[in-house]
Design a protein around this ligand. Structure first.
Ligand code: MTE
Ligand code: MO
Length: 205
């Protein structure tokens, strides 16, 4: 045991993040990495896994696991804010930039929103322009380690600027749409956009 208990360390981090303007309103800092999701952790089989794009695109895709792994790579360090009020700072993500998939599938000009599809019927909606920001990626690794199944392994979306429910674990596809359409939590009362800095937690916020 060091001089500081884990909780003092946590409080020091929280104070520092607040000072640096990195703690959104109503959030607390965590040093741990909570696991949070609805339904069971899905099985992964590299032989049957695929990644599909559909809707308003010039080139609908169906990529196998091996094909997906051949896409360009990127690294992003970002904070992560869950609507249940924990924030985890300086997560180092490695994976495939969203832009790389977009370049392959070529959304039509009418596409304004994306419904991100994941295993077990989970889905979440995000405006296309937000997904095109450089910080958005399909992550394979977190802090240097392959993503564990409970954290979305082998592949999850990461959208750092929005609440965590937009960062779909076990992501399998993208549907490009001419308008916004509610995903899983959005149908259950969560906000359509989910900006942690504006505390857009529920559809009444
Ligand atoms: N497929 C799927 N992705 C999901 C969820 C889920 O229920 N299913 N929960 C979301 C929520 S609310 C959060 S906060 C983060 C949590 O990621 P973590 O478990 O790796 O901390 O995953 C998000 N992605
Ligand atoms: Mo969350």
């Amino acid at each position: 045991m060091g001089i500081f208990s884990n909780n003092s360390e946590r409080k020091l981090l929280e104070a520092r993040m607040k000072e640096e303007g990195r703690l959104p309103p109503g959030q607390v800092a965590t040093l741990k990495w909570p696991v949070l999701h609805y339904a069971d952790v899905p099985e992964f089989d590299s032989a049957t896994w695929d990644f599909c794009t559909s809707g308003l695109v010039d080139a609908p895709l169906r990529l196998t696991w091996d094909e997906f792994l051949k896409l360009p790579r990127t690294e992003v360090t970002a904070d992560f804010h869950c609507v249940t009020r924990w924030s985890r700072f300086d997560n180092r993500w490695e994976g495939i930039p969203f832009q790389a998939v977009c370049n392959l599938t070529r959304p039509k000009p009418e596409a304004t929103h994306v419904l991100v599809h994941a295993s077990e019927g989970y889905a979440t909606n995000i405006p296309l322009r937000d997904l095109l920001e450089g910080s958005v990626l399909f992550a394979l690794k977190h802090d240097g380690e392959p993503l564990t199944p409970e954290h979305g392994g082998p592949l999850r979306l990461v959208v750092p600027k929005l609440y965590g429910w937009k960062s779909a674990k076990w992501v399998r596809g993208l549907e490009f749409l001419p308008h916004d359409r509610l995903g899983f939590w959005e149908q259950n009362g969560y906000h359509m956009y989910g900006d942690p800095w504006k505390e857009q937690r529920y559809d009444t916020d």
